[in-house]
Structure formats: structure tokens, C-alpha cells
Ligand binder design. Sequence first.
Ligand code: CDP
Length: 227
Amino acid sequence: MANRPTPFDAIAIDGPAASGKSTVAKVLAQTLGLTMVNSGEMYRAVTLSVLQHGANPSSADEVLGILRGLELSCTVEGGVSRILVSGEHPGEALRSETVNASVSGVAAIPEVRLQLVDLQRSLLKQSDLVMEGRDIGSVVFPETPYKIYIEASESVRSERRAAEGLTDSVSERDRLDRSRKTAPLVVPDGAVVIDSSQLTIDEVVEHSLSNLRELGWFTRNSQDVEG
Ligand code: CDP
């Protein structure tokens, strides 16, 4: 199509912390044979680098100073896109409690978002994607018709984090993510909203697939799955 900058399509999955969106995105990507991108990893990688350099994550000047020196890229392993810093994946440290505590502040800095959104958009030049995050349907790929917003009650989300052995304060991160000026967490225009509080992952995936079917994903891409 003449006006399309890329022949590939993105499925955008957004929602608050511990809503189940990463797991759903992973299963959807496997089911549909697409690359899965966890955009939160990118914000976590910048935050981790800031902390490792001893810089102050609350200072936009210091964060941007570190960001300027970072060599960020992505690689795809087993259908999952991974962030690389100077050619290396930072590993488990991305999900440490110190990163949890600072990442929403770093992600609120407009220049950080500009650079990472560019990186996220560049991935659609290579393949169809399932990308999950906070602003995928609203900012990164607003033109995609395939938008899913997954939510869950705060108590369910806190229980899910605790079951993973984490004390991450999801409510504080949500508050910051929803109230920031640039690209706040919102239900994107045209997104289907799925409340996962009382649903299993399989049920959320089923809802998502039937929504994609209604939106014509399968006829557009000449494929279908059972279900
Ligand atoms: O997996 P979890 O829900 O804990 O969070 P994540 O997806 O790893 O994202 C970590 C943080 O990065 C979020 O709390 C947001 O502050 C930020 N983020 C963002 O601002 N925009 C995105 N597209 C993805 C993540």
C-alpha cells in the first residue's frame, strides 16, 4: 500500500503493572508467530544504566547525560525482542527493586520517551509485532486498529506481584504512569478493554484472539488459528 511506511502490523497491548499483559503478549505472539516486544525493558535498561553510573534518576539532566552515552539496540531471540546496552542484555537486574523504584520517574522524561519510541517504531520495519507497554496504542502505534487494554483490580495486581515474591509497589508506579504529562497510561482510542481480575491467562488470550478476528487480523494476514 502506497501510504504505509511499513508492510508490517503491530498489535498494541497496554495496561497497568501486573495486569497480566506481558504473559498475554507472549502467548499471543507465540500463537500468531509474531515477535513480542516488552517496551518496559527499554525504560528499565535506561534506569539501570543511570543507577550503575551512580547518577541521580530524579535529575532529568543527569539521566539525559547518561542516555547520550548509551548504545541501545535490540535483538530477537526465540521470537522475543530484547534490549541490548552496548551489545549486551542487562539480565535479571532489569527487574530489581531499585529499578522498580526509579523507572517511572525516568520514563516520565520526555526526551527519554522520544528516543525509546523511535527505537520501538524501528522494530516494525522488520516484522509484525505484539508490543506491550503503557503508550503503545496511544503514542507508539496510534494508527494500528489492533489495540488491547488489559486491566485488573489493584488488589489482584498486588497479589500477583506478591505471588512472584516481589514487593514492588505497583500502585505508586501506576500513579506516576497515569499522571505524567507525556504519554500517560490511558485506554487508547479504539482499544478493547479486558478486565483480567477474574480471568485466567488463557481466557484473556481467547478474548484477545476473538477481538483480533473481528477486526480482520486473520483475513488481512491470510492465516487463522483454532479457537
Ligand atoms: O512489567 P511491569 O508492568 O512491572 O512494568 P514494565 O512493563 O516493565 O514497565 C516498567 C515501567 O516502564 C512502567 O512502570 C512505566 O513507568 C515505564 N513504561 C513506560 O513508561 N512506557 C512503556 N511503553 C513501557 C513502560
